[in-house]
Write a protein that binds this ligand. Structure first.
Ligand SMILES: C[S@@+](CC[C@H](N)C(=O)[O-])C[C@H]1O[C@@H](n2cnc3c(N)ncnc32)[C@H](O)[C@@H]1O
Length: 264
């Protein structure tokens, strides 16, 4: 079973049209291997991404060499990439690596600095309490260059009080007769509807729309829970005045003990 990346990119372009107007420059925090950056560059966008992992940065940079685009090393909680962007995209729950409220606020503030007024930040993530069938992803197969990989991802345990979701990823790689199994444990944020609304309210963004992972629009008035699976959230950068006022509020919160944004 594989994810249809081109269908997802069609959806994303539809979201750009509906929610941001003209989009030319796209940023991807947590870009990983750069699979979305490559797909977006092929569609004519000026792309840029960043990731915490130096190995991912090297890999994505090498991949983008033929299609263009920039990749930096950076941490979501502090990194302000150079340049201005019309839109940003952060799929598959990666924003959940920000575990503390202050880090989420600092990240939204960093993003508010680089996304133009009226631009959008599309973040895909699921809420705590996912039912077992949604909390298991895969097996997801991939093949290329004589290597075949299978990825299985699952939520192992959740702690709603501590707002943590303990997850496990198993990658099985086969080349010829050789098989290698890589097991990784990940700790992600346990999101709740209230937390998202509260953190976004004091950020330079507002929630403009939500979509199901089948790309249909999710009713805005509905209470969002784990049963809804991996939802795409469209956050719109408020006008400079409104966004800056919210960002000042978040900065005051950060000054009381949170992470500080850093421009490179
Ligand atoms: C599940 S992968 C997703 C990669 C990519 N967006 C994709 O869909 O293929 C999550 C990525 O987030 C990166 N990451 C984790 N915490 C991060 C942080 N605090 N700042 C930036 N990147 C981070 C990891 O290194 C990893 O590459």
């Amino acid at each position: 079973m594989g994810w249809n990346l081109e269908r997802e990119m069609d959806f994303l372009e539809g979201v750009f049209d509906r929610h941001a107007g003209r989009v030319e420059r796209v940023l991807e925090p947590c870009c990983g291997t750069g699979r979305h950056l490559v797909a977006l560059a092929a569609r004519g966008y000026d792309v840029a991404g960043y990731d915490l992992s130096p190995a991912m940065v090297d890999f994505a940079r090498a991949r983008l060499r033929s299609v263009g685009g920039r990749v930096w090393r950076g941490d979501m909680a502090t990194f302000v990439p150079p340049g201005r962007f019309d839109a940003a995209w952060n799929p598959v729950n990666s924003i959940g690596y920000l575990l503390e409220d202050d880090d989420v606020s600092a990240h939204l503030e960093c993003m508010g600095e680089v996304i133009r007024s009226g631009g959008i930040y599309v973040a895909q993530f699921s809420y705590g309490g996912e039912p077992a069938d949604l909390a298991r992803f895969g097996p997801w197969g991939n093949q290329g260059g004589g290597l075949s990989t299978t990825l299985l991802w699952e939520v192992v345990r959740e702690d709603a009080a501590a707002k943590r979701s303990y997850q496990h990823c198993r990658i099985t790689a086969r080349r010829g007769r050789e098989t290698r199994v890589i097991d990784e444990d990940h700790v992600l944020r346990y999101w709740t509807h209230e937390d998202v609304d509260r953190l976004v309210e004091r950020s330079p963004f507002e929630l403009d729309a939500v979509y199901w992972d089948n790309f249909e629009e999710f009713p805005r008035e509905d209470y969002r829970i784990g049963d809804h699976g991996n939802l795409y959230h469209v956050f719109r950068r408020r006008s400079n005045q409104a966004g800056d006022a919210a960002a000042r509020g978040a900065r005051r919160g950060a000054a009381r003990g949170g992470a500080k944004p850093r421009r490179r």
